[in-house]
Write a protein that binds this ligand. Structure first.
Ligand code: SF4
Length: 286
């Protein structure tokens, strides 16, 4: 067993993100959360999407997989079904998860698959130099929308809640301690946890900069009840003022693998016959 420490999460590759990018603090929060949870390296798998956020794959040392664009959640579900003893985390951007991969996100919510999805939401496709994404505001001028974006931003969190996600939270890259706490809570939650992290992108989103966020985020009130689904949906209808914290939590619903009879006693990998030589089978495909 190799307990996670900041030292053994350290990658030899330094982040290549732009100065001031919100991704730096999200990575710091993720590492801190993993350390504080006292998990072991071999018990955590991180799946990375494609984008500036997906490049985190190079900047943290862990077991994981860099998935195809939009397919990270589907890969994460597969890993969890194969070995539900693992903590499975999926990292991607708003384009990757709310755009290309949105149907996989809905499937994860419907099944309440026990994984944590962290969305680095900068409201742009930034790796490809700033095209409008599913969370861009109506009217956004970008390379792909020079006349201004016509569509409304996607209601991703309300969709997640109304389709069965058991834990939905919103964080902000400018609030480190809150991010750490929400990531820890999401990882410990047994079911699907979606954490939307509002992330400034100084290079390609000049509108939603740190000053904008200071004006437009607020902590959910102390008497906010995250078990009240209706209240969560009403809160999310306000897309300008962004409430931070646990928006919704359902502790009544079982995670997907808990409802599958053949997985209740043992994980799939534990049931796998030991005498099968996988190396030989894999060699046929490489
Ligand atoms: Fe961060 Fe934006 Fe630069 Fe990507 S383009 S690294 S999101 S600041």
């Amino acid at each position: 067993m190799n307990e996670i420490t900041l030292a053994n999460l350290m990658s030899p590759v330094a982040p290549t993100w732009c100065p001031g990018c919100g991704n730096f603090s999200i990575l710091t929060a993720l590492k801190q959360a993993l350390v504080e949870l006292k998990l072991n390296m071999e018990d955590v798998v991180i799946v990375f999407g494609i984008g500036c956020s997906g490049n985190t794959a190079d900047f943290i040392k862990c077991y994981g997989l860099h998935a195809l664009h939009g397919r990270g959640v589907a890969n994460a579900i597969g890993i969890k079904l194969a070995n539900h003893n693992q903590k499975v985390i999926m990292i991607g951007g708003d384009g990757d998860i709310y755009g290309e991969g949105f149907n996989h996100l809905v499937a994860a919510c419907r099944g309440n698959h026990d994984l944590t999805t962290l969305v680095f939401n900068n409201h742009r496709y930034s790796l490809t130099t700033g095209q409008a994404s599913p969370t861009s505001a109506k009217g956004t001028i970008s390379k792909s929308t020079p006349q201004g974006l016509i569509e409304n931003p996607i209601g991703a969190l309300s969709t997640a809640i109304s389709n069965g996600a058991g834990f939905v939270a919103r964080a902000y890259a400018g609030k480190l301690k809150q991010m750490v706490d929400l990531i820890k809570e999401g990882i410990l939650y047994e079911g699907f946890s979606l954490i939307d992290v509002q992330q400034p992108c100084p290079s390609f989103n000049k509108e939603q900069d740190y000053a904008w966020y200071q004006e437009n985020v607020f902590d959910l009130a102390a008497d906010y009840d995250p078990t009240n689904q209706g209240q969560a949906l009403v809160t999310l209808l306000d897309q300008d003022k962004l409430g931070l914290g646990v928006l919704y939590r359902n502790d009544q619903r079982l995670a997907y693998h808990k409802e599958v009879p053949c997985l209740s006693a043992q994980s799939l990998i534990e049931q796998f016959p030991k005498e099968i030589n996988l190396s030989k089978a894999i060699a046929e495909f490489v």
